[in-house]
Design a protein around this ligand. Sequence first.
Ligand code: BGC
Length: 808
Amino acid sequence: MKKYLKKFFLFFLLIVTVACIFIGFHFLKFKSNVLDFEDDFITDVNIPTIIKNDEITFIDRNNNQSLDIYEDEREDLDRRTIDLLSRLSIDEKIHLLKGSGMRSGLGLAEKGVPGAIGTIVSTPRLGIPSLYLSDGPAGLRISPKREGEEKTYYCTAFPIGTLLSSTWNTDLVFEVGNAMGKEALSYGIDVILGPAANIHRNPLCGRNFEYYSEDPILSGYIGAAMVNGIESNQVGTSVKHFIANNQETSRNSNNAIISERALREIYLKSFEIIVKKSQPWTIMSSYNKVNGEDVSESKRLLTSILRNEWGFDGVVMTDWFGGNNAKNQISSGNDLLEPGTKAQWDELKKAYTDKSLTIKEIDTAAKRILKLILKSNKFKNYNFDNNPDLLGHAEISRKSASEGMVLLKNENLLPLKKIKNIALIGSTSFDFISGGTGSGDVEEAYSVSLKEALINSNYKINDTSLNIFQNHFLENESSFKKYEGALGTIMGMINPYTPPEIDYPLGSIKEMAKSSDIAIVTIGRNSGEGVDRVEADDFLLSKTELEMIKTTSEQFRSMGKKVIVVLNIGGVIETNSWKKYADSIIIAWQGGQEGGNAVVDILTGKVNPSGKLPMTFPVKLNDHYSSLNFPMDGDPLDLSSLFIRNEEKTKSKQEKNKDFTIYEEGIYIGYRHFDKKDLDVSYPFGFGLSYTNFDYSDLKVFKDDESKSINVSLKITNTGNYSGKEIVQLYISKINSKIDRPKKELKGFAKTPILVRKESKIIDFKIPVSELSYWNESTNSWKLESGSYIIKIGSSSRNIKLNHNIDL
Ligand code: BGC
């Protein structure tokens, strides 16, 4: 026996040793490739000398005692860039084309902005500083705490992208962007990695919460407002993920097979609008392939379309560790490789030496990066104070959150009157979700739950409901644990945090119905980067949740009391089967750190809801055409795929919807499909209720041949009893089209200011005629069909109030 034990022990020791060698080897490889390869260039720039000559005070960056063109802020930016480029050695140029690895992102760098996920490297010889890049769409993601310091560096969690697009308010989104930009400026961040403008192709995409809409016009205009807001502070943006990153499953290798028409009219369109309306400093290429070609290596997408056709003149950077071939990326127009690895650096040097990468290609990319550096606040030696206006930004977060929440149903209930004691039901009511997971997460200082917000507004939370939650929390404490920092981001990618739900016994619901005035049931959902959602217990409500809503409704209604359902969600869920049980339904989305307060602003009527849906809520998931070709099984994230590229599988081994996805639905995404097939929906695109009513009248349409636009005006009148804002939607339909076209397509939208009772406002639209074109695949160009069109003005895609025919 002893002999066997000894053998077993030796065998065990051998296994452990082999495992340690294996892990050690990979760790060292990872360390040298991703963490410690910047020794030669690691020195950041000291504050350079300021020299005065007769006419100007300037920063003598290269310490040569004279004013060089690139140092002269009065000079034209292009001249300065060319001058600076001419001073860089070939090594310095190549060095610039990749970031400095993951030290900063993992919070290991001693200098800079800990937690900033990416960098643009410095060139100390010429006084060029490092720049810092940080996620993301709902607020900055940097480390909130620094070793040896008491001071904290928390950032404001603004509402998620989907909520912001539900405001349909470009001025408000600009204001949010401006606040985010100011926060970046204050914390020394030079480029924010957002906004994210991918299309909601299917409700199950795990990152839909970061994206804006199923419609490219809404995505495009909201995205442009965000870019303009952030960049008004001379802080750059990186509009992502260009292009067709519409699923998380196998996101590094997925080949999206898309017709040119769908690409142009749907997927590229939102980015095209953003580029043309806001000229962002940078664009982030996506991980996936499109029609067999890696996006980050596609000259057609990154150079021919993005730059030559649309006029983009900024930097294209990769998504983190994206792509396979550094040389091809640079020569295709992907100027910057993030976060940068030693292997990429070596590969680029080798490609230059063996002449497969030309000096012209290197110069083109380096010049774009230098121009960005020259534009940055860092280059102006902006003195960031690490002291953003967090209170002011929390106000903006709350205001925008309440404006993007959508009232789906309201049967003589809201705003609340004479309600004192509220039974709060559902775990999420007590543990509100402020935003999604992964890189789109923000390390905020606090997050206001619905419970706290109701107490803040002097409501009494029913004791039974409080006790039930308290006991549930104590019994399941470990499941309520949230991780922070880099670990939190990774845990969130493996298993997005959602509070575990309570299984309410009938007796306790009866008791709450007796002892309170009303019930609020919250349904919570969370998702994020790395994993797609699934149908069971996610798109669909779980059995426990359905029971919770149904029983609450039966018990409260039997006592003449009402039920509100609050949806604290990041993406679409099923609503059709249970909406009858609720008297009011509010989509609170994930409203950032002030989410709870924003819901209460709506419940009390302090804010009259004015959000509308940026996507369709279907009856069934499979009603979406794209559900035929979408990964439905929620494959877990393969962590190694974050850093290691797998060999491409041979054709026969490739799996549908994972290795490749056929976009069989073409342009028929969202309402374009539901309208075409005349399908019932639970709530249509563009839908949302208000506490007041609006009348639509006086539609006038005029074709302006000079400016080649269609000028539309109409009158909106508040005919109800509350002050409020209305979102007006302009759709077009082609009569007797010779081609296959959607029944209607959004071409413009506008939001009124707050209109008091009986107040009217004239709304104007100027739609360029060219916007009515479709993509002709035989001529490979936009084409305008002549003939009759209908201009349709609606309060939603399924509630058209005014029509006007026009001949083109
Ligand atoms: C995400 C990007 C993000 C980047 C840096 C990637 O995994 O796809 O959206 O900006 O990481 O965090």
